[in-house]
Design a protein around this ligand. Structure first.
Ligand SMILES: [Ca+2]
Ligand SMILES: [Ca+2]
Length: 253
């Protein structure tokens, strides 16, 4: 029996298979259909799996699992996202674009938004300056703040000067301060009506936590400017028992 032709046929088949390496999930029949696995040219009949484009060497137009590729979509707060393209052959992609934002031409200086879309918010935008924050308001930490701030001083932050309290509130320094102290229960509250700068004309007469009007010896103010500390031990109190503490009204700069 002459076996030479059979050996030649087997060897030839092996060499032929190695000449067209199978890659990218292709089956031998895909390769046989015309796609060159090394260059991606020629396409196959299998179609693209999710997340693989024809540029990766897969033929386009078919979805490998039949479920449809999910659209990617891009996100842009200013222009709105772009929806992805659904796969063909399966259900369409489900991604939809984001809602478009709005861009104005003017930065509103005290609303927490970048109104003119230059990535600078409120007083951090050159279009705004301290004066844009309004009277007695300054731009601090990219936010318009009133120069008047109320801060409590009690046993947890004892002995603080007006300057220290203003700096802690984000300001450069202090212009003046007055501390308000209720001797009754609940400690100092906020001004019952509007503050007038550092003063609260309606503080006396406000009710404490049991409805008793605050007046006379039940109430004290301490005007300590900026360099003298407010202390929880003021007015005969200590930090061993209940202590109302101050409501310090600051004017900062
Ligand atoms: Ca802006
Ligand atoms: Ca704004």
């Amino acid at each position: 029996m002459d076996v030479r032709p059979i050996r030649w046929l087997v060897a030839s088949t092996i060499v032929s298979s190695l000449a067209a390496p199978i890659a990218c999930g292709e089956s031998a029949s895909d390769v046989a259909s015309g796609r060159d696995a090394s260059t991606g040219v020629g396409g196959c009949t299998k179609g693209c799996p999710d997340g693989v484009s024809s540029g990766d060497g897969w033929s386009s137009g078919l979805d490998a699992d039949g479920a449809g590729a999910t659209g990617g979509g891009t996100s842009d707060a200013k222009t709105g996202g772009t929806g992805g393209t659904g796969g063909t052959g399966g259900a369409g992609g489900s991604s939809t674009g984001g809602a478009a934002g709005t861009c104005g031409t003017t930065e509103i200086c005290d609303n927490g938004d970048d109104d003119d879309c230059d990535e600078k918010v409120d007083c951090a935008d050159e279009a705004c300056a301290d004066k844009a924050c309004g009277p007695e308001r300054l731009c601090k930490s990219n936010e318009c703040k009133s120069v008047y701030q109320n801060v409590g001083v009690n046993c947890s932050n004892n002995n603080k000067t007006g300057t220290e309290l203003c700096v802690a509130a984000g300001f450069q320094g202090c212009v003046d301060s007055i501390g308000y102290w209720w001797f009754q229960c609940a400690g100092p509250g906020d001004c019952p009506s509007a503050w007038s700068g550092l003063t609260c004309s309606s503080y006396v007469g406000a009710n404490d936590c049991v409805g008793v009007p605050i007046q006379g010896s039940q109430y004290a103010t301490s005007a300590k400017g900026c360099s003298t500390a407010y202390g929880a031990n003021d007015h005969g109190y200590d930090c061993q028992s209940w202590n109302p503490g101050y409501n310090v009204r600051l004017k900062c700069n």
